[in-house]
Design a protein around this ligand. Sequence first.
Ligand code: AMP
Ligand code: ZN
Length: 469
Amino acid sequence: MLRFFNTLSRQQEEFHPLEEGKVRMYICGPTVWNFAHIGNFRTFVFGDILRRYLKFKGYDVTHVFNLTDIDDRIINEAAARNISIDEFTAPFIQYFWEDFDALGNERPEVTPRATHHIQEMIDIIAKLLENGHAYESDGSIYYRITAFPDYGKLSRIKFEGNITGGSERIDTDKYEKEDARDFALWKLVGENEEPGWDAPFGRGRPGWHIECSAMSMKYLGETFDIHAGGQDLQFPHHENEIAQSEGSTGKLFSKYWIHSEFLKIDDVTMSKSKGNFFTFRDLREQGYSALAIRYLLLSVPTRKQLNFTFEGLQGAESTVERLRNFRQLVAEGGNPNGSEGAPSPVEAAVCTALERFEAAMDDDFNTAAALAAIHDLVREINTTLAGSGLKNEDRDAVLDAIVKFDSVLGIFGAEDSTSLDAEIELLVEERQEARRNRDFARSDELRDLLSEKGIVLEDTKDGVRWKKK
Ligand code: AMP
Ligand code: ZN
């Protein structure tokens, strides 16, 4: 049974989706004003592990992952360059997906952009105005925190004495808890100013928080299963999303909330503003593989902080190399003369590893323990390979287990069957050449070599055919 920590209840809970067999989840995506750094990708790779593990457990997953293509920073950067916000964000959207794909993440089902959902935001704001959860002031629209008594239920920040009942407001998208005040839903924009959209309550542009309420509820319904994002989004972003959504629908917004801890560097949170960051591209240019970066990012459970070091990344590089070689060795390692019929210790080891893997992931997505189960299996099978070798069924059982682990983690690399096939073709061709030259000793040698790799040769009238035993 899958259990994980729900920020809303501050407890580990058993996971029960609203609708049997289906999971609807929303993860806050990047603000596309620059390259995403590997801290951002730690959170997004966890999002990928989450979706893949839910699928592994048999759920039908709808995963919505938004792109924030309008916020204070984007508007300022575009204005500084004298270009539209679309022109400014287009390359960063492209770079983002390139990096996202290169890191082996599966594309979510829906990847909405904020600027394409302005009408949905306007509709929610209109409802909030109607039911008294929002008000107009100086042409902008603000959320009235005192109208939502549950405000603070996610972040558990005590706001008493802090909330002034509408006399103070905040316009910036990001702010600290000391600034817990009525926040902007819709910001007044002048007639000729861009970007701006017409709304019944005046020309303006949306605040940051309203976009996620609009995009999540549009694609997942008013109540859905899981909402996730980085730790820093708990307040104010997610707190405000709850206030807006529940304030407008009167229903529970998301049943479970998951927050990822930060990637740190020298014990300081990696961030753009501190300048202590590496992008995915920085590390690729230094020669590190995408697989190693992915491995490093997922190696520590998401609710624990991860300190980035180059030694750690180097270690991840060796580990993924070892895993890739292991898969290759196993694929080539079938031995038809293995002790048929005897109860196989390999089979038992595979079963144990799969059980340990699932138990670890069921336990609040404990990727560290899941990886330990994999590494223990690798060690055991390597010993078998160095000794009596693997029976064909055992080889297949190990390969199947790798496919299962990798459907969740994606750390073994692509199954390189094409290069394996090419290598076999070459050996078959070389044997043909030896036969044409009447070098039968060499031809027999090559047949044996191929047989060791589990390949049988058949002479047909169209030439030699090969197949895997
Ligand atoms: P942003 O593009 O600023 O909206 O951030 C995208 C996501 O990255 C959010 O979920 C943040 O919480 C997350 N994030 C930002 N910095 C880090 C970090 N150092 N470690 C992990 N996640 C982070
Ligand atoms: Zn969001």
